[in-house]
Each structure stands twice: as structure tokens, then as C-alpha cells.
Design a binder for this molecule. Sequence first.
Ligand SMILES: [Zn+2]
Ligand SMILES: [Zn+2]
Length: 396
Amino acid sequence: MSAISKHWDQLTAGVECSTLAHPGKTCHDHILFQLRTTVWGNMQFFIPVSILRLFLLVYSRKSISWQTLRQTLFEFGCMVLNGWAVSNSWSVCFCAFYHGFQRVINNYSVSLAALPGTLLIFWMPHYVQMSHSRGIFNVFVECWLKSREHPLIQWARESRTIGTGAFMLISALIGFFAQRTKAVEFWFFAPLKKTNNDQHNNPCYHRSTCQNYILDGMKTCFTFGMILELARKLISSAPKIRQNPATFFRLFARIRYKFVAFLTLYNGLFRLVTCFLARHRRKVSDYDSTIAGLISGLAYSLSPNFNVFGLAVTAMIQNIWNFISEKYARLDGIKWFNRLSFSSIVWVILANYNMYSRAYYPYAMSKYALKFTDVCSNSQSRTASECLAKLFLVTN
Ligand SMILES: [Zn+2]
Ligand SMILES: [Zn+2]
């Protein structure tokens, strides 16, 4: 499919914006229709996302309050507005570029039409910026890995051993950098750090017994894994459940229990190894988290998947960045970079790349990524991708 991009000029000579984006409709009718229908499309996608967010906030704060509800509702509104803006920016600019240049110009029209809409992220709340940039980075890693045609990469991505080995290394790096930074990034394990009020005789840095500490971590990861899986299924099955509420119970049968087992075991192994090492030599060393990260990474072989792999790459990069920016905090370049919203820049670049992939590499995108791009754009992206593929088949 990447051939489309290379032979773009030949393929699209005489092609109008309607041929690719809105067959059978005028630009005016199409844009009005999109502006209206994408409100509900985005709400549909972000309702389950916000329910998951509410669950996790209540779980971590151990209480439910008006403030938590208000916060979730506000973030929900922001996410819907953001998704709506990106989708409609694409539709409006695709047609506008066509009328401006009198032809469909490859990268401007397909990849950059969403650019004005993606800039809205700079005004979004911190949670939206962070969750969106992580999400889109995950989609990018998966799509990039799956769309590489090099035989070595093809072989590596099929191999469970290579995948597990790579995950173990990434996990070790997360352990290494997370132990050396003050900032705490979301990940399925967190190295314990010594605090000034630690006055117990335990060689590990936790107050409870090692056994309780390990079991607590496993319990949290199990609960988190189950909530995450239910939410994931809820997002993809929401329309079916609305038609027939009884199908809700079928979700439990389709949960990836191996994935939940991986999360539980991953955290449990990490805690077990750090406790073992600390108790063995009666003190914590700087490398315990690295060793524990490496060994616990073995659990990945239970449920290798691109989603977790992408999340790990994200967590690794964030931890490395935190380490660099804490260590060199006084450098002007670092100060300047920290003032910019790094996550928002990542989102802007990758959300536009996502549009490009949806058109040219739809086969390499995860089902989830295809789904959110299609639902949030009320199938506009699918229509464009299909029209493009048809054009390619007809001309060949
Ligand atoms: Zn048009
Ligand atoms: Zn311990």
C-alpha cells in the first residue's frame, strides 16, 4: 500500500476531494453532516474511557466525591471536544486543500489536514495531554513495528523469545531509571525509595512484611488488569450492549485472562526479587530494581502483545527523560524543553502520523486504533482509506 504514496501524482490526476472523502455528497453537505455526527461518535468512544478513569480515581483515592465526579466529567467534555476538533479539522482541511490547490496533494491533504485540530491539545488539562500522548505513542509503536517490511524485523516480531527478551531489557531499563528519579511515572511496578521517616528495621523499604507487600502488589495489579480488560471490551462492544444488555455478561468470557495473569505475575515477581535481594545482603542496592525488572520481564511470555510492549517503550522513554531532566535541570536547553508541553508535541506529531497510517497502512494498525479513528471520525477515515484503496486497485 505504501506504493500509493510513491505514485500519488499519477494516481490522483483528475481526482476530486469528493472521490476520496465524500463520494456522492457536496463538500458543504458532507462537512455539515460530519460536524453534527462526530459529537456523538466521540461521546460514544470517550464514555467508557471516562468510566475507567472514574473507577481508577475512586480506587486510588479510596473514596468517591463530587470533586472526583466533576473532574471526570470535565475531562470527558475536553476529550470529546478534542476528538471532535481533530476529526473535523481533517474533513474541512481536506476539502479546503483540494479547492485551494485544485488537486489532492499527498501529504498536505492526507497527513496534515488534521493539524489545526490537533493543536487544541495545548489547551487541554494535563491528564488529557498525558493520556492522549501515551495512547497515540502506543499506536505509533505498534503500527511502525507491523508496517516494517525488513525480513529481520518481520522475524523478530513473530518470535515470542525475541519479544520476551526485548521486553525484559526494556523492563530492566525502566527499573534502572525509575530507581534514580524523583518523578514517578505510571508503570506496573514502582521501585521503593528510601524516605527520611523510614525508621523500621526492615532491610527493604516497605513497612509491612515482605509477604504482605508482595501480595498487595499482586492484588492491585490483578484488580487493575480486570478493570482495564473490562473497559477495553466495553469500548468495543458498547453498541451491541445497548441493543441487547444481556451481552454485557458475555464480556467476562472474552476477557484476556492471560494478560491479567501477566500483570499480576509481573508485579509479584518484581517485588519478590527486590525483597529477596535486599534481605539477602541486608540492604537495598542501586541495581536491585534493574535485576528485578529484568527477571520479572519473563512474565511477558505469558501474554506477548504489542499494546503492553508499546506501553513499556513509553514508560522507558519517560523514565529516561525524567532522569536526564533531573540530572541536568540547570541547563537552559532542558529548562526550555520542560516549559514546552512535551506530551502535547508528541500527540500533535503522532496524531497526524496516525491519519497517514489510517490511509496507507490500515493493515498494520491495531484493531483498537482503527476503531477509535473510525468511531471518532464517524467513519470518515474508513471511507477515505477505502476510496484510496479502490483508486489504487482500479488504476493498477
Ligand atoms: Zn470536498
Ligand atoms: Zn521486602
